[in-house]
Design a protein around this ligand. Structure first.
Ligand SMILES: [Zn+2]
Length: 223
């Protein structure tokens, strides 16, 4: 990778100038990519698709959101004129961004921005599909808490995302696809996975390290 203007500490994600094909799943419509061993991966394959984009510009908000987010990634884009990568913003957890916004409420733009984001989320949500998906999660994992099943379904069933629940298999509520959505959620929420990624552990190695912890939660939820 060509030089970056600053020394990035943490994960780096690239907003490419041209469309790319994901080396993991083959999709070619993700606007962001992460390089792993020189290969481009989409945000879903890179396990970063639950993060939301915060554009650079508000320094206090960025600093606070990053601090509050277990997993975060810097988004950079190549500048043809300046011949270097430049920071576009940050991918952070929704909850972290909202906590940071609370701390910055003096900024009157924030409520408007949140409303806008919420409108986009609603517009993209396929509520019927999400309800079906949540019910299917509860059927396969009867001990998964109801709110958690709904949150997983909401994340997986957002229109236009490459997330598990939106794949053809997920639409048909195929069992493997539903389980994959549940596993992805457990990985981020109930294991050390995000901390491992942030500390620089390669994705496959981090996945291997948390596999047993995921299986434990799956066994509890299946009961
Ligand atoms: Zn992919």
């Amino acid at each position: 990778m060509p030089p970056f203007a600053e020394k990035p500490d943490g994960l780096v994600v690239i907003e490419p100038l041209k469309a790319f094909t994901c080396a993991g799943c083959g999709r070619d419509d993700d606007p962001l990519l992460r390089l792993e061993d020189e290969q481009p991966f989409c945000m879903t394959c890179a396990d970063l698709d639950h993060l939301i984009f915060l554009a650079a510009g508000n320094t206090a908000l960025t600093r606070r959101a990053r601090k509050a987010s277990t997993l975060s990634a810097i988004v950079i884009r190549w500048s043809r004129s300046r011949k270097r990568y430049e920071r576009q913003g940050l991918l952070v957890e929704r909850a972290a961004l909202e906590a940071a916004e609370e701390q910055c409420l003096a900024d009157a733009d924030i409520r408007a921005r949140r409303r806008e984001r919420e409108q986009v989320r609603r517009a993209e949500a396929d509520l019927d599909f999400q309800a079906e998906l949540a019910a299917e999660i509860r059927r396969l994992f009867p001990s998964c808490p109801r709110e958690r099943a709904e949150a997983i379904a909401q994340h997986a069933g957002t229109r236009g995302s490459g997330r598990v629940g939106r794949s053809a298999a997920g639409r048909a509520l195929e069992e493997n696809a539903v389980t994959a959505a549940v596993v992805a959620s457990i990985r981020h929420e109930d294991t050390e996975y995000d901390d491992l990624l942030m500390s620089g552990v390669p994705r496959q190695e981090a996945r291997d390290q948390v596999r047993a912890a995921i299986d434990d939660v799956l066994a509890i939820w299946r009961a």
